[in-house]
Design a protein. Structure first.
Length: 165
């Protein structure tokens, strides 16, 4: 009789272990699926491996090949004053309506507009680019792939600092 109780308790423990293992595998599988889905659907997810341009983006080499460009810096005023692309205009989300006038004074409809922010993870450049398309009627507006980091690290664009003239 004692051996039957032992077998029954061992069978119960085995059944519990199998149930625990199955539940753990289910949770792990769901976690992997949800993580992959989140990475796929996140428009600001960092790129791993190849640098693939998203719709509306331009890389620095292509941007530098364009002759008539208006550079728009979507970073904060402090970051803009610290360092920026020479002759760029600062238009950030907080001060858009006070800053867009300078853009409108310099921009002509045939000019290409390239907006940059701190990095690819910064959404300000995309937001400013969309507003310039929608509110100013600019149709050739691109977001610089890599943002300010690509401008600064390339050494191919003249930089400036201090208050803009």
């Amino acid at each position: 009789m004692n051996s039957n109780k032992t077998l029954t308790s061992q069978a119960g423990a085995f059944s519990f272990s199998v149930k625990l293992l199955v539940r753990t595998l289910i949770l792990l599988t769901l976690s992997v699926i949800l993580g992959a889905l989140s990475l796929y659907l996140n428009p600001h997810a960092p790129s791993y491996g190849e640098d693939i341009l998203r719709e509306g983006e331009i890389d620095l080499e292509s941007a530098l090949a364009i002759k008539d460009v208006v550079w728009v810096d979507a970073r904060s005023g402090q970051e803009f004053e610290r360092s920026r692309a020479k002759d760029s205009i600062n238009i950030n989300e907080d001060d858009y309506y006070t800053q867009v006038g300078e853009f409108l004074a310099r921009w002509k409809n045939d000019k290409t507009v390239i907006v940059y922010c701190s990095s690819d993870a910064c959404s300000s450049a995309e937001n400013i680019a969309e507003r310039l398309r929608r509110e100013a009627g600019a149709d050739k507006v691109f977001v610089l792939h890599g943002g300010w980091k690509s401008v600064f690290s390339s050494g191919k664009l003249t930089l400036a600092s201090g208050k803009a003239k």
